[in-house]
Design a binder for this molecule. Structure first.
Ligand SMILES: [Zn+2]
Length: 122
């Protein structure tokens, strides 16, 4: 049984989704810039050992490492956001990348960055 929800998005809806994604991408880029500096420091964290006692170094290194992990996550979300924007520009928004089926509206409303339908994700 298929309860087909109208997959068609109006131009207004698409442009507001586009705007949301662009704002998100800008925010992620800014975040990445800050985190990128932190993860660059993480690489040279060993130099801190001369400056601090062991506990300070460990704490600081853990923080930098956390930033590096976060930077990686942020970069992944940014890449996905840009990917969705590309698809939107190609008129493919709301279409599953894998099986070309329409992605259900409620799913896209919850996850505007989704590019796979629920069947392909599972
Ligand atoms: Zn699919």
């Amino acid at each position: 049984m298929t309860t087909e929800i109208d997959p068609t998005w109006t131009t207004e809806e698409l442009s507001s989704i586009r705007e949301g994604l662009l704002i998100a991408a800008d925010r992620l880029r800014a975040e990445l810039l800050v985190l990128g500096n932190a993860s660059a420091q993480a690489v040279s964290a060993s130099t801190l050992e001369v400056l601090h006692d062991d506990l300070d170094v460990a704490t600081h290194r853990a923080e930098l490492l956390q930033d590096a992990v976060q930077a990686e996550n942020t970069a992944a979300i940014l890449a996905q956001t840009e990917h969705v924007l590309d698809r939107l520009d190609q008129g493919l928004y709301g279409r599953c990348e894998q099986c070309s089926a329409s992605i259900a509206r409620p799913r896209l409303e919850a996850f505007p960055r989704a590019t796979l339908c629920i069947t392909c994700v599972a």
